[in-house]
Design a binder for this molecule. Structure first.
Ligand code: PPY
Length: 361
């Protein structure tokens, strides 16, 4: 059964590429979620990704306590294509048209393959876009905030496992040195953590050297004996094959969609490895953007809300332990409770019409 409120697939009239917008839920408020511009063997793979990522955004918002819903946009680039400037502009205009047609039910933002400059282009067509550059009135790049929230999450895991959030001397393996991963590795290094890092791009090794981090291949790093593995790269790296190879106490990172299947969360629990759901760890970027742009929070307030990820993760780990469930199940339960309280699953909420007053007796 389709679990989403709406899914739009439209071939862009300028680019000829399929633009997929999945709006999973507006039960808590208008949906938000980034634009992923990435390579896929087939557009159907991009659709699968969009559906999963949009549902992940609903959970991300709900657990972070934001009055927003979840959605995502994916544009499937055929493998091997590189977008020139003109073609990129055409794609962004095509995306903007679809978003404009949703009339506020969904606003986009940055994701893998896009950043503030792309959001500026979309902003020429529709106001429903986050993270435009500051000079255009947006909140700018979200990746440093995602990284800060992930640091807060790792500190919470440290407190849970070792009784202290201090990361000095803690052995951490960071997988992926992209925009978020690199910021995060810097923050962790500044806290005195002992870092091992990897990226599929060997050119990133210079970054590792500059941080004083050890470098491993992407396959090797999973079996590294460390305290916490921190995924910040694309791909569902936690699988039936990879989990038995892990030699860590916990996995907590901001990458979306880390589990190959939902059952992997229990497999990790059986191996005595704490897995903190990605949609909790990676909430910092969207928390910052929504706080700054929708709720008009100042920089201090927005930062405080990002750092609150530490408390959220701490509470989640405590609740999971208390109830004898995985942190994933505890997070799902929190999300479900908040969505139910908003009327999710009771009756569909009209997106465009004003909400009637409902009194529950
Ligand atoms: C995500 O958190 O996965 C995102 O999609 C990033 C994002 C950031 C800001 C606004 C909307 C989405």
């Amino acid at each position: 059964m389709l679990d989403h409120e709406q899914v739009v697939i439209r071939v862009g009239r300028r680019s000829g590429l399929p633009v997929i917008v999945a709006v999973h839920s507006t039960a808590l408020g208008p949906a938000a979620g980034g634009l992923r511009l990435w390579h896929y063997p087939d557009w159907r793979d991009a659709l699968t990704d969009a559906l999963r990522l949009a549902a992940g955004m609903t959970r991300k918002m709900a657990v972070a306590g934001l009055p927003s819903g979840g959605g995502k946009t994916v544009v499937a680039l055929p493998e091997g294509t590189r977008l020139g400037l003109d073609r990129r502009h055409a794609v962004l205009r095509d995306v903007a048209d679809v978003i404009a047609s949703l009339d506020g039910a969904y606003a986009t933002g940055p994701d893998v393959g896009t950043g503030p400059a792309d959001m500026a282009v979309i902003g020429e067509t529709t106001p429903h876009v986050f993270c435009r550059p500051a000079e255009l009135g947006g909140s700018g790049d979200s990746s440093p905030h995602t990284a800060l929230g992930a640091l807060a999450a790792v500190r919470a895991v440290g407190r849970h496992l070792y009784g202290t959030p201090a990361l000095g001397g803690r052995r951490l393996a960071v997988i992926g040195l992209g925009r978020v991963g690199e910021h995060l590795a810097r923050l962790l290094a500044a806290e005195g953590a002992e870092l091992t890092v990897t990226d599929t791009d060997p050119g990133r090794r210079a970054t590792a050297d500059a941080l004083g981090a050890a470098w491993r291949g992407p396959e090797e790093i999973l079996a590294e004996e460390v305290d916490i593995v921190v995924p910040a790269a694309l791909g569902s790296l936690l699988t039936e094959e990879s989990v038995p190879r892990l030699r860590c106490r916990a996995v907590a990172g901001p990458a979306n969609d880390q589990l190959a299947t939902a059952a992997i969360a229990e497999l990790m629990q059986r191996q005595n490895i704490v897995w903190v759901p990605d949609f909790v760890v990676g909430a910092g970027g969207v928390v910052h953007a929504v706080s700054a742009e929708l709720h008009r929070a100042g920089p201090e307030e927005a930062r405080a809300r990002v750092l609150a990820v530490e408390r959220t993760v701490g509470d989640l780990l405590a609740a999971a332990e208390r109830d004898g469930v995985t942190p994933a199940a505890a997070a799902e339960e929190t999300a479900r409770r908040r969505l139910d309280a908003a009327g999710h699953g009771i009756r569909p909420k009209p997106v465009h019409a004003p909400q009637p007053e409902v009194t529950v007796r």
